[in-house]
Design a protein around this ligand. Structure first.
Ligand SMILES: [Zn+2]
Length: 165
């Protein structure tokens, strides 16, 4: 297995969290722009990222729109965090190929039911518990080496041994 250096691991982690911060920032800007758009139709003129306090709770149309805006913004932030959970910790691509493992009836042999996702470039796999018994169980990420590098190493070693013959 090819070991990553400490610096590469640190950079990978920084990139992973910077990606989440970028998504949250975009969600913040998107929801702020949407509130600004709603505010354009009511007086007095309200600065960006502010509620129109003279209309909110006094005008039914404005209050209803702001309620819808709040739910939409909440959904945007939720999507940003939810999407991050299913991203590869190394290359930030979406994890694919969910496979159910384990069984309740054969728990001692196969373990508890989980759903396993993998990175299609082989950087690692994510195990999600099917049932969250003790509150919220954090998904378990297992880092793997670069499978393509391993395969190429095997291929090169085979080629070298053929040359020697
Ligand atoms: Zn990956």
């Amino acid at each position: 297995m090819v070991q990553e250096s400490m610096l590469q691991q640190l950079l990978g982690r920084v990139r992973y969290w910077a990606f989440l911060a970028t998504k949250l920032g975009l969600a913040f800007l998107g929801s702020g722009a949407m509130l600004g758009f709603i505010n354009m139709f009511w007086l007095p003129v309200t600065p960006w990222f502010h509620l129109n306090r003279t209309q909110f709770c006094y005008d039914l149309g404005y209050s209803t729109l702001v309620m819808g805006w709040f739910l939409f913004s909440y959904g945007l932030f939720y999507l940003a965090v939810w999407d991050q959970k299913f991203r590869c910790r190394t290359c930030l691509r979406r994890l694919v190929m969910p496979v159910e493992t384990g069984s309740w009836s054969r728990m001692l042999q196969l373990g508890r039911p989980k759903v396993e996702y993998i990175c299609k470039y082989g950087h690692g796999r994510l195990n999600l518990e099917e049932l969250q018994f003790p509150g919220k169980v954090q998904p378990e990420w297992t880092q793997q080496g670069d499978i393509w590098a391993e395969l190429y190493a095997i291929h090169d070693a085979d080629r070298d041994s053929e040359r020697r013959r």
